[in-house]
Design a protein around this ligand. Structure first.
Ligand SMILES: *[C@@H]1O[C@H](CO)[C@@H](O)[C@H](O)[C@H]1NC(C)=O
Length: 359
């Protein structure tokens, strides 16, 4: 009797170990630290190694790893167009890495429900683009927005989303972009920051391998989908498509939550400024490029950049509806690649000639 009990207990504990190894739990009842995010991603990669690859895209100014996760459906195809998503360019926008981790969980752990999103695209996600600023925001000053590289005179930090080499420093309405002590500071030169260089290098690699499909940077808290340009008021050449896919996401969010997100070209409603990651990706030739501004509200409760932890799950799930809808909209409305039509045509020719040859 005693032996039986022991065996049963052993089975239960083994079963628990197995269950834990199968499904790493994303914690949504507290904000992750930089280290906590790394641990979660490492656990995911250990369990889902056939569909997940972790890479270091470089080091931040304070030598933290700029980690990316590439998610595929494991079918072995290496040439799929990529959806490249980054979060937390701005340190204080704490909901954005939560939303990125939630999206990762949906694509990896809830793979079956979201398989369609991985059929023709891989996802490459950098959930914490500014780990130094994020850590400073958590530990010292919650309002901190920039990186932590020194600018002299006791001033620190560059605004990563002004630091890209696209109309860099252009700022008719914002002289603060040149002020090394301002949270708008565009940096000493384009790509002065290790973190923006790391993102750029990923974009360039995708461009080189012709997989630059959609770029998406998560910010908060305008409750809106921004599309290029930010640095000028002219329409982007693909403005109609950008608007159509964004509207699809706005409609999906409204249908699912009743919340009213907007879609807009930011330079039309406010003064243009240069140096954004979204404009840089657009200029490089990504088919679609967006800034998804997450919400700062839960119903009538204003939560600003730092939602109370009891709301993280709800707001991450809401954000995911928007991210997923952008990907679905892209799939629906972006015209099929002409080179894949060429491939199909070649295969057809081959089949026809084989048939002729064999008869
Ligand atoms: C969203 O907009 C519609 C139409 O303008 C309005 O009736 C509705 O109350 C709004 N919903 C919220 C949650 O603000």
């Amino acid at each position: 009797m005693q032996l039986k009990l022991t065996t049963a207990m052993l089975c239960i504990s083994l079963w628990q170990v197995a269950a834990a190894a199968v499904a790493p739990q994303l914690k949504l009842d507290e904000y992750y630290s930089y280290e906590g995010m790394r641990d979660y991603l490492a656990e995911l990669a250990r369990v889902y190694g056939e569909r997940v690859t972790l890479r270091s895209a470089g080091l931040s100014h304070e030598q933290r790893m700029l980690q990316t996760i590439t998610i595929s459906n494991g079918d072995g195809r290496k040439d799929k167009p990529v959806i490249f998503m980054i979060a937390a360019e701005h340190a204080r926008e704490w909901l954005t890495p939560v939303a990125a981790l939630y999206a990762i969980e949906q694509l990896v752990v809830n793979f079956e429900q979201n398989a369609q999103l991985l059929l023709d695209h891989d996802w490459l996600i950098m959930p914490l683009t500014n780990p130094d600023g994020y850590t400073y925001s958590r530990e010292v000053n919650a309002r901190w927005r920039n990186t932590r590289s020194p600018n002299g005179n006791g001033c620190y930090g560059t605004n990563l989303n002004r630091n890209y080499d696209i109309a860099w420093g252009k700022a008719e309405g914002y002289p603060e972009l040149q002020d090394p002590c301002s949270e708008h500071y565009a940096g000493a030169s384009p790509f002065s920051e290790a973190e923006s260089r790391a993102v750029r290098d990923i974009m360039l690699e995708l461009q080189l391998t012709e997989r630059e499909f959609m770029f998406l940077t998560l910010h908060s808290r305008h409750q809106s989908f921004f599309y290029p340009w930010t640095y000028k008021t002219e329409l982007a050449p693909n403005a109609a498509l950008l608007k159509k896919v964004a509207t699809y996401a706005v409609d999906a969010l409204h249908a699912a939550t009743g919340c009213n997100y907007t879609e807009e070209q930011p330079s039309v409603n406010a003064d243009p400024f240069g140096g954004t990651s979204m404009d840089y990706a657009q200029e490089l030739g990504f088919k679609l490029s967006y800034t998804f501004e997450l919400t700062g509200w839960s119903g009538k409760e204003y939560v600003d950049f730092w939602p109370p932890t009891r709301l993280l799950k709800q707001l991450a799930a809401e954000s995911w509806i928007g991210i997923r809808a952008l990907a679905e909209g892209a799939e629906k409305f972006v015209p099929a690649q002409s080179d894949s039509l060429v491939k199909i045509f070649k295969i057809l020719l081959l089949l026809v000639s084989m048939t002729l040859f064999s008869s």
